[in-house]
Design a protein around this ligand. Structure first.
Ligand SMILES: Cc1ncc(COP(=O)(O)O)c(C=O)c1O
Length: 455
């Protein structure tokens, strides 16, 4: 994979920024010597030194006031500087509790009980780890252990984490540098309605992209397939919001073929889409559901897999061959408990749904006068703008996208950019004023770049 392709996945610390513009150069220079930047050629990374924040805003060492339209790495669902999260973690840290994987302590019990409460009915027992990739790794291992089969079906455009196995399961081009990867990965198509892989339009659609899964399972032989893994809503590869009924169809197909269904809700969970989980929009219970990011709001490392009672019972008398030193770490469990309590007490799921309507209106208005925006799509607090050559559906040229991204940075809007896509995923605590201001800043960045993107 070329450097430029790798670089295009990085936004806040991306190649678009002007190096040397921050008062934090000394720390940045020292850090560059000793700590790697991710997904970037090291000499191209231009980091931000964040010194504080509140809600949807953060401040950098040079005094700039940023709007966080990317929720850091899509995980800061509770926003910056949340007083409850700070207090809960201080309290947990001050207990100084060391734990080993079989330790019993109240926050671990509460975390398991709360996860069973907020996830779809029928899911009841959790494996608590440190990241989304680990959650998916363990979900796939469990599916293999339960079924004794090895293949896994995943989508063409998907991301399930950066470990070797999860990258090879991901359709994301970032997997290419590490191929050949995990054997037994089989692909099915995406619900990418703007460029429908099966030639339908929203009017004619009868979820033919889900039917492709049926064809894939028949072709592979369902007896060889352990699981199907799908993001609740595809996140980093394009924000593909499937039409209602799509997940129900997936559920039926998996049931018909006796194949386990894993919903990867690492990015789409914890209120991000206006429901606790994206599968809730369709009332579907997967067999395994994976979480991270919003699970702890970014205040501690955290990931989890929650499984159906049937899978949980399987491991009553079969060895669960999964584990990690920091399994259900006390700080992780404290963060999970406080995150869920805060989301509930502050009505953040409902808030994300309401703010989603506001974003829909305002982003559509932003696009109306800017033909470079080919499509606005999303739900709740998860949106993407697909940038095109005006008057066509041709992806906007990379240098033009880079100019827009540089403008966004100049206007202090932190958001993720990938290829010709800009992602808008603010914290669920953002105010309407934050959203309005962010869209003004985005409009300015688009307009400044517009002379170079007109046909
Ligand atoms: C859908 C999805 N799954 C898994 C992951 C991996 O999570 P982590 O980076 O915590 O390992 C991500 C990260 O972006 C993701 O978006």
């Amino acid at each position: 994979m070329s450097d430029s392709r790798t670089q295009s996945t990085v936004i806040a610390q991306g190649a678009d920024a002007q190096p040397g513009s921050s008062s934090s150069d000394t720390w940045a220079a020292r850090q560059r010597e000793r700590v790697f930047y991710t997904w970037s050629a090291q000499n191209l990374a231009t980091p931000l030194e964040i010194v504080g924040g509140n809600g949807a805003r953060f401040e950098t060492a040079d005094g700039a006031d940023w709007l966080d339209f990317g929720s850091m790495t899509w995980n800061a669902n509770l926003g910056h500087g949340h007083p409850r999260m700070k207090a809960a973690l201080v309290a947990a840290a001050s207990r100084g509790l060391l734990a080993y994987p079989a330790s019993v302590f109240p926050d671990k019990v509460r975390a398991g009980e709360l996860l069973a409460d907020v996830t779809p009915p029928g899911l009841g027992k959790s494996f608590i780890c440190l990241s989304g990739a680990e959650a998916n790794e363990n979900a796939v291992k469990m599916a293999r252990l339960v079924t004794g089969r090895h293949k896994v079906v995943a989508r063409t455009r998907s991301y399930h984490g950066a470990t070797l196995a999860m990258l090879s399961l991901s359709g994301d081009p970032r997997r290419e540098a590490f191929e050949p990867g995990l054997p037994g990965v089989v692909r099915t198509v995406d619900p990418y309605c703007y460029r429908c892989p099966v030639g339908q339009s929203p009017r004619s659609c009868a979820h033919e992209c889900a039917d492709d899964l049926d064809a894939v399972l028949r072709r592979e032989g369902p007896d060889s397939v352990a699981a199907v893994i799908m993001e609740g809503i595809v996140g980093a590869n394009g924000v593909f919001v499937p039409p209602l009924g799509y997940w129900r169809k997936l559920r039926n197909i998996c049931d018909r073929h006796g194949v386990l269904l894993i919903a990867d809700e690492v990015l789409s969970g914890f209120g991000r889409t206006g429901r606790w989980f994206a599968v809730d929009h369709d009332g579907v219970t997967p067999d395994l559901l994976t979480m991270a990011k919003g699970l702890t709001g970014g205040y501690a490392p955290g990931g989890a897999v929650i499984v159906s009672d049937r899978i949980a019972r399987h491991f009553d008398d079969h060895v669960l061959q999964c584990g990690l030193t920091a399994y259900a770490h006390p700080l992780t469990c404290a963060a999970i408990v406080e995150t869920i309590a805060t989301i509930r007490d502050d009505g953040l799921v409902e808030r994300a749904a309401a703010l989603g309507h506001c974003l829909a209106t305002n982003l559509t208005e932003l696009a109306r006068t800017r033909p470079v925006i080919g499509e606005v799509r999303g739900i709740g607090m998860l949106w993407a703008l697909e940038l095109v050559a005006p008057g066509s559906r041709e992806p906007l040229a990379p240098d033009a996208v880079t100019r827009i991204a540089a403008g966004l940075k100049r206007h202090h809007v932190h958001l993720h950019r990938r290829d010709n896509l800009l992602y808008i995923a603010p914290p669920l605590v953002a105010t309407e004023g934050d959203l309005a201001e962010g869209l003004v800043r985005m409009g300015a960045a688009l307009d400044e770049a517009s002379t170079s993107v007109k046909p």
